[in-house]
Design a protein around this ligand. Structure first.
Ligand code: UT7
Length: 323
């Protein structure tokens, strides 16, 4: 049995910046509405790179940051719902891109909770002694599956990738993780895959893979699950909110995070947010946030950080990280 620690983070976003004002020229919206209802000011939109390209670049930064060589990586998991090919997987493409010739690679899907799920799987393998160094990535080009005529959804999302290196360690760097899913509300956040299409079916192929969402239902779920996840971690790890340095939630809406922060009075500044810059990049948000925090010099050895993701499924995932 070994412990696991996060030894590096990385992220990558495409160059193209799209502001709220830019969007107001495409759909009936305004900077005022988007900023006040969500906190989002801009987002990056992919114009030439696809999901595996973003994932590969985030991976290279995480490797550099951890000083781990690509050949040392023995597990690569990419969490995505916007793959650029069904075969090979995004993880196999990343493996080739970075030259991780000794890794086993596969993808998983858990919508915006994806990176938490990937972390949980990698952590379990490492604790079991099966693998020693894992690369986990959340990468999305959501802009491919947005209906750019639907102001309810197209203003919320952005493209990007966030990556982490997890390593076997003497330090208990991820003492707690929890992942879960509740299928009773799966219809509140959906994006369809390919419809049946073959010479033997009467079904007509459906071309629309658009994200559709009941925002209010997701909002309620998010507030409840984030608060519950934080409290579960504090209780199970025998900690108080005072012991925690940062809380990094899935970046969907500043009002969700603000709402939760009200339950932890006096600790608002611990809830890191960068959704004004990038919008909701689904499975990538937590990795991008951690990498931004690291670049800003906010992360220091010995800190305790809570991560909480939530999203379609409905799914959720949380972790306590000892940095
Ligand atoms: O990672 C996936 C997780 N997703 C989330 O966490 C999303 C959670 N939900 C939310 O963030 C919020 O529910 C939204 C931002 C999606 C929506 O905010 P809301 O305060 O719940 O607004 P609403 O849907 O109730 O819409 C209020 C009004 C409506 O007009 P009427 O019917 O009151 O006349 C909408 O048509 O705002 C209108 N509206 C807009 N107006 C301008 C909706 N989208 C826009 C828009 N620009 N982009």
């Amino acid at each position: 049995m070994s412990f696991v620690r996060v030894s590096g983070v990385g992220s990558y976003v495409p160059n193209k910046v799209v502001t709220n004002d830019d969007l107001s020229k495409i759909v009936d919206t305004s900077d005022e509405w988007i900023s006040s209802r969500t906190g989002i000011k801009k987002r990056r939109i992919a114009t030439s790179e696809n999901t595996s390209d973003l994932a590969g670049k985030a991976a290279l930064k995480a490797l550099k940051n951890s000083a781990v060589k690509a050949e040392e990586i023995d597990l690569i998991i990419v969490a995505t719902t916007t793959s650029d090919s069904f075969i090979p997987s995004m993880a196999c493409k990343v493996q080739r891109e970075i030259g991780a010739k000794n890794a086993v690679s596969f993808d998983i899907a858990a919508a915006c909770s994806g990176l938490m799920y990937a972390m949980s799987i990698a952590r379990t393998y490492i604790i079991a002694g099966i693998y020693k160094k894992a690369l986990v990535i959340g990468s999305e080009v959501l802009s491919k599956v947005l209906n750019w005529e639907d102001r309810n959804t197209c203003v919320l999302f952005g493209d990007g990738a966030g990556a982490m290196i997890l390593e076997a360690s003497d330090l208990d760097g991820i003492p707690f993780m929890d992942i879960g899913s509740d299928p009773t509300k799966y219809e509140v956040l959906t994006s369809n895959g390919l419809a049946l299409s073959n010479p033997f079916t009467e079904c007509k192929a459906d071309a629309a893979h658009y994200v559709e969402m009941n925002g209010k239902e997701v909002f309620k779920f998010a507030v409840n699950i984030i608060e519950k996840s934080i409290n579960d971690i504090l209780e199970k790890e025998n900690l108080t909110i005072e012991d925690i340095d940062y809380i990094v939630c899935h970046q969907a809406n500043y009002r969700i995070i603000d709402y939760v922060a009200k339950s932890f009075k006096g600790h608002r500044e611990k809830f890191y947010m960068n959704l004004d810059e990038y919008g909701n990049t689904s499975s990538a948000t937590i990795g991008i946030a951690l990498d931004n925090m690291n670049d800003l010099g906010l992360l220091k050895k010995g800190q305790k950080i809570i991560l909480v993701g939530f999203g379609g499924g409905l799914t959720w995932g949380s972790a306590l990280v000892n940095w």
